[in-house]
Design a protein around this ligand. Structure first.
Ligand SMILES: *[C@@H]1O[C@H](CO)[C@@H](O)[C@H](O)[C@H]1NC(C)=O
Ligand SMILES: *[C@@H]1O[C@H](CO)[C@@H](O)[C@H](O)[C@H]1NC(C)=O
Ligand SMILES: *[C@@H]1O[C@H](CO)[C@@H](O)[C@H](O)[C@H]1NC(C)=O
Ligand SMILES: *[C@@H]1O[C@H](CO)[C@@H](O)[C@H](O)[C@H]1NC(C)=O
Length: 414
């Protein structure tokens, strides 16, 4: 019933799930990642900035459930006989997702620890000073996780940075491809700012930039959803439907708190689900039709959160049959086909050296890998690939930040 489609032009880590008239349903089983992006004693010094147990970001990027993904990446480089004769030394500091702390820690890593590369930070606001400092010290920086702001994705301003997280700009470009694929040129944007984490605001701005740049789509109306009750959503639907039939709702959650379900349920119950309507959900931190739940299980988005089967599930399902998700798969791209195995390894390796996180990592909330742990793996692995290339072509430049991103541009299959 649902299909994954690969749109070759776009950022290859974007997945598009179609429930609507799939024209060419291809199941993509491999991924291609493209990113912009002679040490003393043959040891690369890697510096990390992590958030340890910070409210809000924990499930996505927590140190205790992600850091060891870096070791898994080093093992993979060694297994593939890359950078033979070289070793990697980790220095881990904590920015605690705070911009001021992040700036101070970044200076320590660059100036005191003299790292060759900084991996992190993992959230938007701390990334801004850290990117500037990386430019000042001219060292490579690779960020991952929740750094989705388009402002970071600016090569002239931050020429030493590689960004592994999917930005909302990529989502906007993928969205355009979907629209063109179907020959649609107008849509209505309805966004919620609840949660106040900049996601839908950034997405709205990136949509507007994309439209201004390509000039082949029209956002015929943009409306903020302020009331998240069924009545509030119905009012927005009534309003939006007078302006267009392709409706693009944005909720801050990664499809995890049931707002998508409520939206589709209200639409289905009130006559806003028919051949005429299409709902496109552009969504970061989401896996589309699979919603991860606490404890490692999954549910469908039309199922009521935590309540077991409900008769209204079937009504919501009818709504979702007119939907398309454009998602980042929560950054699980490159770590290989068996993500479960990877996740188990992350948790298990946190107990080992150099993390030695035994007691602190024993709580029940630390038994499942952080959502974006896969991106940390990719960050370290891609750094290794870039160094392999750089040492062959221009070994003196290995820690030249402005030279680095062009070596990070590469392709690998996970
Ligand atoms: C590894 O990094 C630490 C600083 O975090 C440093 O004290 C140590 O000398 C480094 N080890 C090697 C082998 O480079
Ligand atoms: C993935 O790994 C887990 C744990 O090792 C195993 O139980 C599962 O069968 C594997 N799945 C696939 C598709 O290989
Ligand atoms: C972690 O444990 C190993 C082995 O027990 C030990 O050699 C190492 O020094 C410990 N590292 C830290 C940072 O405590
Ligand atoms: C670093 O790389 C830039 C751009 O490739 C280059 O212009 C600059 O000269 C390099 N710096 C050093 C110290 O070699």
């Amino acid at each position: 019933m649902f299909y994954i489609k690969w749109i070759p032009c776009c950022d290859p880590l974007i997945f598009v799930f179609f429930a609507v008239r799939p024209m060419n349903p291809i199941l993509v089983l491999f991924l291609v990642l493209q990113v912009f992006g002679q040490p003393p004693g043959n040891v690369f010094q890697l510096g990390f900035l992590h958030c340890d147990d910070v409210e809000g970001s924990s499930a996505y990027v927590s140190y205790r459930t992600s850091a060891s993904a870096a070791s898994i990446a080093i093992d993979r480089l060694k297994r593939e006989n890359r950078l033979v004769g070289y070793d990697f030394n980790f220095t881990i500091l904590y920015d605690q997702c705070d911009e001021n702390v992040a700036a101070g820690m970044a200076v320590q890593l660059f100036a005191n620890y003299n790292v060759d590369v900084l991996i992190g930070p993992t959230t938007n606001i701390p990334a801004v000073p850290v990117f500037s400092l990386a430019y000042f010290y001219n060292r490579p920086v690779i960020t991952w996780g929740l750094t989705s702001s388009a402002a970071l994705d600016d090569v002239t301003r931050y020429p030493t940075a590689g960004i592994l997280s999917i930005g909302s700009r990529s989502i906007a470009v993928a969205f355009r491809e979907v629209m063109l694929e179907y020959g649609w040129d107008q849509f209505v944007f309805a966004y919620s700012l609840e949660g106040n984490d900049e996601k839908c605001e950034t997405l709205r701005d990136d949509f507007q930039d994309m439209i201004a740049y390509y000039q082949d789509l029209v956002m015929s109306y943009s409306v903020q959803i302020t009331d998240h009750s069924e009545a509030g959503m119905l009012a927005i639907l009534k309003d939006a439907s007078t302006r267009g039939r392709i409706i693009v709702p944005c909720f801050h959650e990664g499809n995890s708190r049931g707002l998508h379900r409520r939206w589709m349920l209200v639409a289905a119950r009130n006559g806003f689900v028919s051949e005429e309507y299409v709902y496109i959900f552009p969504s970061l931190r989401s896996k589309g039709y699979v919603v991860p739940q606490p404890g490692g299980t999954v549910r469908y988005p039309w199922e009521e959160l935590g309540k077991g089967p409900q008769p209204s599930d079937q009504e919501a399902l009818i709504g979702f049959q007119r939907s398309i998700f454009i998602v980042d798969m929560q950054g699980q791209g490159g770590v290989g086909s068996n993500y479960t195995q990877f996740e188990e390894e992350v948790i298990q390796r946190m107990r080992q050296s150099p993390y030695n996180c035994t007691d602190a990592c024993s709580g029940p909330t630390y038994q499942q890998a952080a959502t974006y742990a896969g991106q940390l793996h990719d960050a370290v692995y891609l750094y290794g690939l870039a160094m392999e290339k750089m040492l062959q072509e221009d070994p003196k430049q290995y820690r030249n930040g402005t030279e680095f991103p062009k070596y990070l541009v590469g392709t690998f299959q996970g």
